[in-house]
Design a protein. Structure first.
Length: 381
């Protein structure tokens, strides 16, 4: 990977990626300490702090912390304080196995929620089904929902397939008949190519697929005048940045459409092209929306942290709020078994205007919208 300019925020992210795995409550975005002797309920969260994921997970965790701190200030859960137990991993299978082992040492943990990023969340589905099938795995940042499912995992966000479908349908409506699909890695190519091409065919769109085992910048520079002008990018933030730098060198103007697993606020800090228009799908409302849940998020974030609102931290906030909302419906004492029963009912939940209605395919919502990165870094809905 190339060396990118690292302003202070990016430097912090890089530093964090080097922290040891499986640490609870990392030093950044720390909540207030629980009062000594207070009655508490433990909710766990596994966060991948590896270099390729931290742009996503850092913001997601800030949103989750914001929600739990705000919930505790309003009485917690049935008068009990929520103890938000964070476990860091480096994304490797060994670190994820260690994280699951540490969960086994928390018998009073009633749920694992908001696992992030996507690669870690995907691996945890199978690990938890085998090792801790009685622990609810709630609202993970899980992109490939259709191929990662279990009886104890309860996704709420639209899948990558839904995002791809939304992006392609939007293009077909405005008359685009030819698109390209660029994959940041072989794993993403194998996971999503068939679905993406099937969706494109159903909308009578011509689609060309691109992947490389080498430098994405070189791949971008290999595009010809006949290559599609609109390119769907399936990959992470660093990969999108590298590809955009190559696209910038092309004479033809091209447009990049990324999925929600990209941190739009970080791409320009990492050296992305300012001259290549970028649009990203997102699975939560715009952060300036007037929905009550978004207003509550902005107010709590502004009160508790020196962080700007972002789609990813809003997603983390919604994941925590959904977890709390379902736990409030428990029949009987707050136990892991009762929590699993409550989440398994998959009852609809309205979070201040953001409606989560789980279906029989495991998803909680098909909500997808799009935003564009302006030249000055602002998000435009």
């Amino acid at each position: 990977m190339p060396s990118f300019p690292h302003p202070p925020r990016r430097h912090v992210l890089r530093t964090l990626a080097c922290l040891p795995i499986a640490l609870a409550t990392p030093s950044w975005a720390q909540p207030r300490q629980l009062a000594s002797g207070s009655r508490s309920v433990t909710i766990a969260q596994i966060i991948d702090t590896s270099t390729g994921q931290i742009d996503v997970t850092k913001d997601f965790l800030v949103g989750s912390r914001t929600a739990w701190q705000d919930i505790n200030s309003r009485g917690g859960l049935a008068g009990a304080t929520i103890k938000h137990h964070v476990i860091e991993v480096n994304g490797s299978p060994a670190s994820l196995r260690a994280a699951v082992e540490s969960l086994k040492a928390l018998p009073h943990c009633v749920a694992l929620f908001g696992s992030a990023g996507d690669l870690a969340a995907s691996q945890l589905v199978g690990l938890l089904a085998r090792e801790l099938p009685d622990l609810p795995h709630v609202a993970p940042w899980l992109q490939n929902v259709e191929t990662n499912s279990s009886d104890s995992t309860f996704p709420i966000f639209a899948s990558r397939q839904e995002q791809i479908g939304h992006a392609i349908k939007s293009l077909s409506v405005i008359g685009i008949r030819q698109v390209g699909a660029v994959y940041g890695s072989t794993a993403e190519y194998n996971a999503y190519r068939a679905d993406l091409e099937q969706i494109a065919r159903s909308l009578q769109l011509s689609i060309s697929s691109y992947r490389t085992g080498g430098d994405l910048r070189d791949l971008a520079q290999s595009l010809t005048p006949d290559s599609p002008r609109v390119l769907l990018f399936v990959g992470g933030t660093p990969e999108l940045v590298r590809f955009s730098q190559g696209v910038e060198k092309q004479a033809a103007q091209r447009y990049l459409i990324a999925m929600s697993d990209v941190n739009l606020q970080s791409i320009q800090q990492m050296g992305a092209s300012r001259f290549t228009p970028m649009i990203a799908t997102q699975v939560v409302p715009m952060v300036n929306a007037s929905l009550p849940v978004v207003k509550a998020y902005r107010a709590a974030l502004g009160r508790l942290y020196d962080e700007p609102p972002t789609p990813l931290s809003l997603a983390g906030y919604i994941a925590a709020r959904y977890t709390h909302a379902v736990l409030q419906t428990l029949d009987g004492p707050i136990t892991r078994a009762n929590a699993l029963l409550a989440f398994a009912r998959r009852n609809p939940v309205d979070l201040g205007g953001f409606h989560i209605a789980p279906n029989n395919r495991g998803r909680g919502t098909t909500y997808v919208t799009q935003s564009m990165v302006a030249a000055d870094g602002r998000l435009v809905g």
